[in-house]
Design a protein around this ligand. Sequence first.
Ligand code: FAD
Length: 626
Amino acid sequence: MAIEEPEIIDTSKMSAGQRAAIELTEAARTAPGGKTFAAGLFMGEFNLAGISPFPIQSDDDRARGDVFLKKLESLLRDAVDADEIDRTGEIPEVVIDALAKLGAFGIKIPEEYGGLGLSQTNYCRAAMLLGSWCGSTTALLSAHQSIGVPQPLILFGTEEQKKKYLPRVARGEISAFALTETGVGSDPATMTTRAEPTPDGNAFIINGEKLWCTNGTKAGVIVVMAKTPAKIVNGKSKEQITAFIVETNWPGVEVICRCRFMGLKALYNGVLRFKDVRVPRENILLAEGKGLRVALTTLDTGRLTLPGACAGLSKRCLEISRKWAGERVQWGSPIGKHAAIAEKLARMAANTFAMESMVLLAASSVDKDKHADVRLDAALCKLWATEASWEIVNDAMQIRGGRGYETADSLRKRGETPFAIERFLRDSRINTIFEGSSEIMRLFIAREMLDPHLKVAGAVLNSKLPTSHRLRATAKAFGFYARWYPAQWLPASASGIRNAALKRHLRYAARTAHRLARGIFHSMARHGPKLEREQLLLFRFVNIGAELFAIAAVCLRADKMSGGAGDGEVLGLADYFCKAAQLRIEENFRHVARNTDRASYHVAREMLEGKLADVERGIVNSEGEN
Ligand SMILES: Cc1cc2nc3c(=O)[nH]c(=O)nc-3n(C[C@H](O)[C@H](O)[C@H](O)COP(=O)(O)OP(=O)(O)OC[C@H]3O[C@@H](n4cnc5c(N)ncnc54)[C@H](O)[C@@H]3O)c2cc1C
């Protein structure tokens, strides 16, 4: 959907800032390819046909991945001291060289350009391995190939660009992605970095400053997002954002400082300044003005790396917690036999299994079709996995008790096993913030969730359009909903699975997809165009969709793993996961009907207006005496 088609979202009553943000991101949304399972969910479709039986990696692909993963695992065990990296804030050059020699900087880069040419599934398996060991090393490799130069180049690069840069980055020349600025976090419309064309039009001159660029202090090449001159579209001036490949040894590129964080201590993250940097036109990715599309599409598949790493981290936390819960005796029995700890262990195991299942499902869609539209699938994985893994690492700390809070070095000094839960917790907190915060992921998913409705009924509500256009749209919408809405009340079924308990869960999920679709429709009818302001309401629908996606992935994978009819252990785990997910879904539905949204918004507004000052009194504050 492009801004050239204004009937979808009525921006006429928005503030200028809001309108700019919406129009810019709307313009960057890629035209949807085939509808995935995830996209159908929000319209009441629980169509398992494309994903059932659960897509298992082929023996051949697995074997190719295993060769690399074995070497990577040995390198991590033998040469990557994650606690030392955390302590010193540096990844030793020998480690970076060894990773490069292994091909770890070019896992997905096709062999013809010097990479390993491995599949998305194998790349996600590598992320899992890395995530279970060292957050800083994971971030180095992930920022390089999930958002740095390789991914957008594979997707959008010209043959010349690929030949020039892919072999370099595959060999280990580090790359980065620079979008964020001091005033640009989740909203790229406010970007101030500019690229002006030279008089001959052969190049652009970039000026600006980028914040928090991961790998930026070590990178040889960076994808830089900059504003290029506005274009007139349909008689109106439209902002343009363009993506450039910039080499850091070009004159005018400067690392201003290295940023340090709560975790990921060895992140090579910095503030980068671009002063009159001349970039040849041929270094534009995709096309002038298509920068946000490059960024968003890159992230569509790039976003699968983080959930892969989260699954690895969660498995590691689970392993440590299981061992400790079995051996630590308090109040006469192992702590794992006390119900409060047992419940945590079970939840950790079920959610870890779910996370891995969701990632494998989404990765298999990419492997089946490189151009598959996995926007929603990847966003659901990112949202669900980063939130669930944060809960898992937090639970692991609780299960380890005081030892969870103690550093690995301190544990080692006292002669205890140096499990690094404290490091894992620090390293993983950022996961719900970067590569699209949880709030932004929910907004993104909500936008996609409403898209089919906006396409059918958006014009009806758009006051910017002429009455004749809106009347025609009303007739079209009426025709669509007269068929679609009654179908959401029909019984739903889910076939393609052999185990009876899981079949029941899938039937529940299919019914719930109808209920979800009805809920979204009723909310649209109730709130009209104001629905986009009802964030908490939309977020509940998103949460329900994410749980349905998880239920589908878990049931299909467990059914496949157990051979169907048997009563394998994994079936019990899947059964428990689905029961717990059902409770979360029902809670979200309950809160759609009954909530404190108005009350909380009112309190927040009062606070922002400086009222309720008493709540903050009695502390050493940042503004002097109170
Ligand atoms: C360690 C680290 C590494 C990073 N690496 C990179 C990198 O390599 N390249 C790069 O370009 N950037 C990078 N970033 C930037 C990162 O992607 C941003 O921090 C992220 O986009 C959020 O921006 P912000 O911190 O300015 O938060 P803001 O956008 O200011 O948001 C603050 C809070 O408000 C919420 N919020 C914002 N808008 C809305 C809304 N409309 N509705 C509801 N809630 C909203 C957010 O979810 C968040 O909770 C990195 C950041 C860190 C800390």
